[in-house]
Write a protein of this length. Structure first.
Length: 108
């Protein structure tokens, strides 16, 4: 699986440019898992109705990204491979572990 690294600011921009449901399909993570990542890194997410308002050119306001001192600025996300299915009960670590265990060349 290909892994992408984002700074906290870039992750924030990504969250506010693309609906979480679409990002969950792109990355190897569930919708709820993506919401929990936002909470962990204190990245605000769009409120209900944000995308409808944006679609119809209504006035909208982004929540500002709060400053966090001494915080890890790197967020890693894995790109989902074609045809792979989301396991909403597995963490990204569990998915990666399963992927390594199923790869015959990984243990050599």
């Amino acid at each position: 699986m290909e892994t992408l690294q984002y700074s906290r600011q870039k992750f924030y921009d990504l969250i506010w440019e693309t609906p979480l449901s679409q990002l969950a399909l792109k990355f190897a993570i569930s919708y709820n898992g993506l919401r929990m990542m936002c909470k962990k890194y204190q990245v605000p997410i769009p409120v209900n109705g944000y995308w409808q308002k944006l679609r119809f050119n209504k006035p909208i306001q982004r929540e500002k990204l709060p400053f966090i001192a001494n915080h890890n600025d790197r967020i890693e996300l894995q790109i989902r491979s074609e045809g792979s299915v989301i396991n909403v009960y597995a963490s990204p670590k569990a998915v990666l572990t399963r992927h390594i265990l199923n790869d015959p060349n990984a243990l050599n």
